[in-house]
Design a protein around this ligand. Structure first.
Ligand SMILES: Cc1cc2nc3c(=O)[nH]c(=O)nc-3n(C[C@H](O)[C@H](O)[C@H](O)COP(=O)(O)O)c2cc1C
Length: 160
């Protein structure tokens, strides 16, 4: 709907990189569809495009890690937003260490949190993953968060 597109065009919000792993296979992509849904228990919703490699891995996975990025981490965002795990191994192109349940935690993220996937379901061209947060770390306060307006000209690895 054109009028809704016009409204979303004026929105700006933080971007995240979401990683996951299943049977030793890691995946991750740049995500804008993401929001906290509960304070107690702490829960967060992540929207993954059903076209993405990350969605196909996440569907079989038990856990997601959500990374908060500083605006300076734009090249990390580009890696996860413009390339697809269908073609490249993103995890040989960035530095990371195994986090909870072995899911990659990216070294450059200024903060991250993780949790078990409580449920997921398809609600259109994206599927929503509800995460029950059980671990989190702030490494440094971002001087400025990476926003949609910083990455709006990226060419996504998969069309939504
Ligand atoms: C501005 C922007 C916002 C995006 N938001 C999302 C999102 O909310 N959910 C998602 O699954 N992909 C989103 N993407 C697309 C993926 O990050 C992109 O297609 C990525 O290359 C997919 O990688 P994969 O196939 O390895 O999972 C976004 C991309 C851009 C450039």
């Amino acid at each position: 709907m054109d009028s809704f597109d016009a409204v979303t065009d004026v929105l700006d919000y933080p971007m995240f990189v979401v990683t996951t792993a299943s049977e030793g296979h890691a995946a991750g992509c740049l995500v804008g569809f993401a929001t906290q849904t509960s304070i107690d228990p702490p829960r967060f919703l992540v929207g993954l495009s059903v076209n993405n490699h990350t969605y196909r891995v996440a569907r079989e996975a038990s856990r997601l890690v959500v990374h908060v990025l500083d605006a300076e981490s734009i090249e990390l965002a580009r890696l996860f937003g413009e390339s697809t795990g269908d073609d490249v191994d993103k995890f040989v192109r960035c530095s990371w260490r195994p986090g909870p349940d072995g899911v990659p935690v990216l070294d450059d993220a200024s903060a991250w949190f993780s949790g078990m996937v409580q449920e997921h379901g398809r609600f259109g061209d994206h599927a929503a993953f509800l995460v029950d947060i059980d671990s989190a770390e702030v490494r440094r306060k971002p001087s400025r968060l990476l926003l949609l307006s910083d990455v709006a000209d990226f060419d996504p690895g998969h069309e939504a």
